[in-house]
Design a protein around this ligand. Sequence first.
Ligand code: F6R
Length: 242
Amino acid sequence: MNVHVYENFDTLSKEAAKRVEEQLAEKKASVLGLATGSTPIGLYQKMSEGVKKRGMSYRYVQTINLDEYLGLDPAHPRSYHTFMEEHLFKHIDLPEANRHLPNGKPGSVEEECLRYERLIDSIGPIDLQILGLGTNGHIGFNEPGTAEDEETHCVQLADSTREDNARFFGSIDEVPTHAITMGIRSILKSKEILLLASGKNKAEAVKTLLEKKVTKEFPASFLWNHDNVTLMVDREAYGLVD
Ligand code: F6R
């Protein structure tokens, strides 16, 4: 795992966007794996600026998102479909047909998980996967206890995750209890992974990750089993590392 420490969220976001843009320069029809949450918002702003100011294009790109809340319609204001639309998709020239997220209101959850994993395998492998880091070490919504060989599946969200995400909803009671997420195995199929972490509230998780102990109790530690991962952190998130 390569580790890069940046001054602040802005420089981290800028460098992450630079890597995305290099990837597109290498391969116009790249497959990007995307995350939601606060961490990639800066990156998505820089990617959007790239289209407006630097002539970047996502015309041939395909995107595959990590996860979606179960029970939320794509049009729901707090769905990850809506999040992606607001923070990225409406600002770039990515064709609608090339944007992929799990359906949070499927007829059959099991079928939807299978469909999504097949999609990853048919469009992928993902060239560059963007990940955020949960305070409890989750990646995607793979909560502590997840096995390394899980593919796309339905998860019950940890209480701490629902608390962390309550800020996007009115209250914790409105945060869905379940989600569909790419599994650890689905994530590790990616050719390259950028794990982003910013702010003091991630410092404990970053410290744990860098202890290199691979355990299902801290799912991000499975990233040590991949040979092309870059951890991009800001000073605050790196603050507890000796
Ligand atoms: C989001 C996701 C999650 C977040 C993680 C960090 O699609 O899968 O793993 O990346 O919860 O969230 P933030 O960035 O809001 O701290």
